[in-house]
Design a protein around this ligand. Sequence first.
Ligand SMILES: [Zn+2]
Ligand SMILES: [Zn+2]
Length: 221
Amino acid sequence: MGRTNKSGIDYSNPEEVKAYEQAYQKEYYKKTREKRKEYKKAHYNANRGQYSENGKKWRAENIERCREFGVRFRIENPDLIRKYSRDYYDRNKNNADFIRMCRKRGKAWRLTNPEKYKKLSKKSYIKNKVRIFEYHDNYRKDNPEKIFAYSKVAQAIRQKKLKRQPCEVCGSTVRINAHHDDYSKPLEVRWLCPQHHMELHNQNDTQNDISIETDALCETM
Ligand SMILES: [Zn+2]
Ligand SMILES: [Zn+2]
């Protein structure tokens, strides 16, 4: 039987001593938690440059771990990620280079995930149906010259006065669109597949009428 003291510890029993020490340490950490936090913060603020250097170095040496962490974080915090990217987009939406990059990435994603894209666009169409109809309606009212040109082309095709041609860029014959450089000449059109039609409009950023044009005139040859 070992010697006991006020706190009732049996000092001859190493396990009991260890447990006591651990409990004491835990209590100590708990008590000084706020203080330690403050100290850390002050140290961080005073040595910001060094911290950022160290962080950079660590990330460069642990690329795989960073990637894993990033993937896990994105899976565990989808709402946060959505918010971040929306904020980022809002901050940069007037930057033409950024928008161009977004379009490029979006296109690459659509090409590599055709099934997901199909599902997503269907979902978003159902969700935004009313808005889309309104948009098209307003567009028709605001652009009578364009609408007139589209209907002229459609009519000429029906009457076999105009024949859909392969895409002038790639020669595709699927879902060919008629594109107007000048709406005052309704029957002067360029034939383009959806992809090259989109690219042409992306270049002339001022026009945003591709959906309507496509709507009005997109058929398989
Ligand atoms: Zn094409
Ligand atoms: Zn066009």
